[in-house]
Ligand binder design. Structure first.
Ligand code: MN
Length: 320
């Protein structure tokens, strides 16, 4: 192994004060929210990256982003968030890169903001947080975002968000505790994002956009583990290809916030090493723990290089 291994982490979050101050309730700030780290796009973040050996973060706004606001508010705040992130990438061009925040409530404006930030800011794609106004992205009104992502040759990172309020009430409310991790990190986020990804596949969106690329965090939000079963029964539902083929051809996975060796082994077995990228989910998970997880994985040094930077360098055209 070389003296200094390049490590790129691609699901790393910040927030702008204008959005932070609007978050409340189950979507918002709790005593456990690492506000100091989310506020920072400089010293605090770089110190943790340096201590863990992380060379670059591809940074995105924390969920729920701007997706719960009216169009006028969302468009203005997304632009503000992207401008702030761009300034940080200009200050630290070898350490920070960006995924765009998109005002998905107005899909055409979201597509335009994606193009603006890719063309003018060299952003590497966009990160979208779950539902917009109760709707998943398989709804055709959102497809202009995918059309633009394909044209720009950038991926969409499909990130968790809080489930629909009817689901929250029916499935999760009995076990509400404190900041409610059952609804979010423990299970609600995962179930929500897995359903979102499955809906995209069965919607036929990948027939419409055959070069569209989607990234899932948290080692695939459980889909690799259930891929055989989904493929068996959802074969050719809504699309021209088998479910598993669509998943393997259009999806990339990251290690964000899921440092479980058996889950990584399952992802590699189902999708192949070229589809797995490193991420921490900073500041909710430990950068050092994430790096140690991959370093200690029972895979070759060449495969670790692919996870740590090779696959992201290629997909996101980093350092080109
Ligand atoms: Mn995250």
């Amino acid at each position: 192994m070389s003296a200094k291994q390049r490590i790129v982490a691609i699901e790393e979050h910040f927030w702008i004060p204008e959005l932070r101050d609007r978050y409340s309730g189950p979507r918002g700030i709790s005593a456990h929210t690492p506000a100091r780290q989310l506020d920072d796009l400089g010293e605090v973040r770089l110190k943790e990256m340096d201590a863990a050996g992380i060379e670059m973060q591809v940074i995105s706004h924390m969920q729920p982003g701007t997706q719960m606001f009216d169009a006028e508010t969302a468009i203005a705040l997304a632009r503000k968030a992207n401008d702030v992130l761009y300034a940080a990438t200009r200050t630290h061009p070898t350490r920070f890169a960006g995924f765009a925040e998109l005002p998905t409530v107005d899909p055409q404006a979201a597509a335009d903001e994606l193009e603006r930030t890719v063309a003018q800011y060299d952003f590497k794609g966009a990160l979208i947080n779950g539902l917009t106004g109760g709707d998943f992205l398989d709804g055709k009104r959102f497809w202009c975002i995918f059309e633009r992502a394909q044209a720009l040759e950038v991926p969409i990172y499909l990130h968790p968000g809080i489930p629909h309020h009817a689901v929250t009430d029916a499935y999760y409310s009995h076990y509400r505790r404190g900041d409610f991790p059952f609804l979010s990190v423990a299970w609600g986020f995962t179930a929500e994002t897995a359903i979102h990804a499955i809906r995209l596949i069965v919607s036929g969106v990948f027939d419409a956009f055959p070069r569209l690329k989607i990234i899932l965090g948290h080692l695939g939000e459980t889909i690799p583990f259930t891929l055989w079963r989904c493929d068996w029964i959802l074969d050719h539902v809504g699309g021209s290809r088998a479910f598993a083929d669509a998943f393997r051809q259009h999806f990339y996975l990251t290690t964000s916030g899921n440092f479980q060796a058996s889950a990584l082994a399952c992802c590699i077995a189902e999708l192949g090493i070229d589809r797995i990228m490193f991420a921490v989910d900073y500041p909710y998970n430990s950068s050092a723990e994430g790096v140690a997880f991959v370093r200690n994985a029972p895979i070759s040094e060449a495969d670790k290089e692919k996870i740590f930077h090779g696959n992201a360098d290629h997909l996101l055209r980093l350092g080109a």
